[in-house]
Design a protein around this ligand. Structure first.
Ligand SMILES: *Cc1c(COP(=O)(O)O)cnc(C)c1O
Length: 356
């Protein structure tokens, strides 16, 4: 074991990478050689350890299993040539992680552990970064309660981990959506804007019902009036109506996506009119019917930019994109991925290159 900077590092004896087709490993099923772990004990985060990826030993009383005090992040590393792997806005992920931690009473990990840890892992496991365009190494930092006690209190011990996984496309690039007349994802004052495990747990039953009806995902509506559009499973949502790019505002129940923010900044830089404003499902249905709805797309790290094939709401279906992204969505997709893979100028300084 060596201590490098902030980390204790134990390297694997022999890489497992040769045993996998990392260019075709699906999403989130294969994990690279190393992981990072830090323990919160005695009121502070202890020195982080980078070690071979592997199982953890716990007891059934581990409180995170019972009460779900758990937050996560998701970002990607992109192959940008033999000596460079690009991260994309990792500081934004760290900032959001700290906010999620605060909401869930988890002591936030240090920035050097979060960003420095990702860099160290990428250096060690750079051979796990796929070279195929559209593929990447998914990075999953997360923190959770780690007391072996069945009692619904704020925990005293926590663990922080970073694991990484070579991934391809998350969806086919086209999603069909259905609103839920009864269920909601989040409510202002709740935990919808925190990237916490429970938001996903709560969404699974309605998502299952949507699949049973032949749709890919739920288009969530607001909890009070069931009128205003919020977001989609793992993506924020955008519409182009009368040449204006519209997305719901962040008012506490929507996850503040980094892709969402990047889409807004890119569009504004091209002098496209952007509105963050409440958008009702009725407005979108009407725009779909009268021809003013030009595009609809979802934006998130896992899927990047997915076109919306159709939206179903209370017996009405509006078809939007048949088989590919709209013009603006395609331009955004090309530029965003171009910046990430280092093939397009990066006017916002979003890319964080790691030399390997
Ligand atoms: C992570 C996430 C998003 C997308 O955020 P990005 O930072 O763009 O990846 C959108 N909605 C939900 C519910 C999420 O968990």
């Amino acid at each position: 074991m060596n201590t490098v900077g902030h980390f204790k590092i134990t390297e694997i004896d022999e890489s497992r990478v040769e045993g996998f087709d990392i260019e075709n490993s699906g999403f989130g099923k294969v994990f690279s050689d190393h992981m990072l772990q830090a323990d919160y004990e005695d009121d502070k985060w202890q020195t982080a350890e980078i070690k071979p990826y592997g199982p953890l030993e716990v007891t059934p009383a581990l409180n995170v299993f019972h009460y779900g005090q758990s937050v996560f992040e998701g970002t990607k590393a992109y192959y940008a040539g033999d000596k460079t792997i690009n991260l994309f806005r990792p500081e934004a992920n760290y900032k959001r992680f700290v906010k999620s931690c605060e909401r869930m009473c988890i002591p936030p990990i240090y920035k050097e552990t979060f960003i420095g840890g990702i860099e160290e892992l990428i250096k060690l496991d750079h051979r796990w970064v796929p070279r195929t365009k559209g593929h990447s190494l998914y990075i999953r930092p997360f923190a959770c309660a780690w007391d072996h006690v069945v009692s619904a209190n704020i925990a005293e011990s926590y663990k922080f981990f970073i694991i990484t996984s070579p991934v391809g496309a998350y969806h086919s690039g086209l999603v069909s959506l259905i609103t839920s007349e009864h269920y909601v994802r989040a409510v202002e004052g709740g935990v919808g804007e925190a990237k916490t495990a429970g938001n996903y747990a709560a969404s699974m039953f309605p998502a299952k019902k949507a699949k049973e009806r032949g749709f890919d995902q739920v288009l969530w509506l607001d909890a009070f009036e069931h009128t205003y559009i919020e977001e989609v499973g793992t993506m924020n949502i955008f519409f182009v109506i009368d040449d204006i790019l519209i997305t719901p505002p962040l008012r506490g129940s929507i996850l503040p996506g980094i892709t969402r923010d990047s889409v807004i900044k890119l569009a504004k830089s091209w002098n496209i009119e952007v509105r963050e404003r409440p958008v009702s499902i009725d407005e979108v249905i009407e725009a779909g019917q009268n021809g003013s709805l030009q595009e609809a797309f979802g934006a998130g790290t896992a899927a990047t930019i997915d076109a919306v094939k159709e939206i179903h709401h209370r017996g009405t279906t509006i078809p939007i994109h048949e088989n590919k992204r709209g013009e603006l969505a395609e331009k955004i997709y090309k530029n965003l991925t171009g910046i990430q893979y280092g093939t397009v100028d990066d006017p916002f300084n979003w890319v964080h290159p790691v030399g390997v």
